[in-house]
Design a protein around this ligand. Sequence first.
Ligand code: S6P
Ligand code: ZN
Length: 187
Amino acid sequence: MEYKRPIGLDIDLETGVIPGAKKLVRRLSDLKGYFLDEEAYNELLKEDPVVYEVYAIEQEEKEGDLNFATTVLYPGKVGKEFFFTKGHFHAKADRAEIYYGIKGKGGMLLQTPEGEAEWIPMGPGTVVYVPPYWAHRTVNTGNEPFIFLAIYPSDAGHDYGSIKEKGFSKIVIEEDGEVKVVDNPRW
Ligand code: S6P
Ligand code: ZN
């Protein structure tokens, strides 16, 4: 049997960069239809800022193997809503995941297929267990990049469809200078 080689890498804890990783960039224009305030979205689209970057070390989609990736989620808002990642179920919906907070401040919105949502605040050192079947989206509620590591089965895949259409049942906004998790009026 031919064995794969082990990997040991140092994540840059200031920037979130994983050396040799595949880099993915998501700009505001990649998130069309995701934010509630369309006027604010179109205004900010003139600048089309980078909302987040992902640095991933991925294996073939085989049962038993693991991928890992850092995400650098930039600070910002569209109207009252904080910048977030698209959010997804796993294509193999029963695949779980672990997140680990590295830098900055934010949190994770999780949601069952029936729409029951949960919010978990995250900072450096926070570990979050994403159970099978829960969709997950991270949100930057701070003023600096929110950086975290995700470790997930290499055959998990991404299912963006239903979140793109309906979003989460909760949204994370700034109101009166406070971070609030409130019902999504469009849900
Ligand atoms: C993969 C894991 C993360 C996200 C990344 C970007 O299962 O959950 O690496 O892919 O945070 O989020 P999204 O929702 O655009 O894939
Ligand atoms: Zn995931």
